[in-house]
Design a protein around this ligand. Structure first.
Ligand code: HEC
Length: 108
């Protein structure tokens, strides 16, 4: 009994911390990011919201810097079915991921 209670208490403390740790990998768009990527800051922010909503139920969301801008669309398309993406979700999520994608030479 006391064991169950302490597990619940621990989960209540750890879960928000784990979520905060994941979200820090996901940059919050600024006006500068919008200008650089040629997408409005509102659309980038909406893309970030939909990315966390639609893409973090099975695994922690990957940082946008995990892939290059060229590689993201294909990967999002592979996940679109299981994530139940509408075309508008796909567009916003890709725009967000590309704005903060890996700037290195294309690796994948
Ligand atoms: C229904 C569960 C599910 C949802 C929802 C989901 N994924 Fe995944 N994802 C997986 C599984 C399982 C893997 C590992 C196997 C694979 O690569 O297909 C994976 C792997 C990945 C990888 C790593 C691929 C690699 O090997 O480099 C990326 C990136 C990714 N997902 C992005 C996304 C994005 C973006 C979304 C939202 C559009 C999303 N996932 C939603 C199940 C899911």
């Amino acid at each position: 009994m006391s064991r169950a209670v302490s597990f619940v208490a621990l989960a209540a403390v750890v879960a928000p911390l784990a979520l905060a740790a994941c979200q820090s990998l996901l940059p919050v768009p600024t006006a500068g990011d919008a200008a650089r990527s040629n997408v409005t800051v509102e659309r980038l922010a909406e893309g970030r919201t939909r990315y966390t909503d639609k893409c973090s139920s099975c695994h922690a969301p990957f940082a946008p810097s995990y892939l290059t801008a060229a590689a993201w669309p294909k990967r999002v398309d592979e996940m679109a079915g299981p994530a139940h993406l509408e075309p508008a979700d796909r567009e916003l999520i890709v725009a967000y991921l590309q704005a903060f994608a890996d700037k290195g030479s294309a690796r994948r």
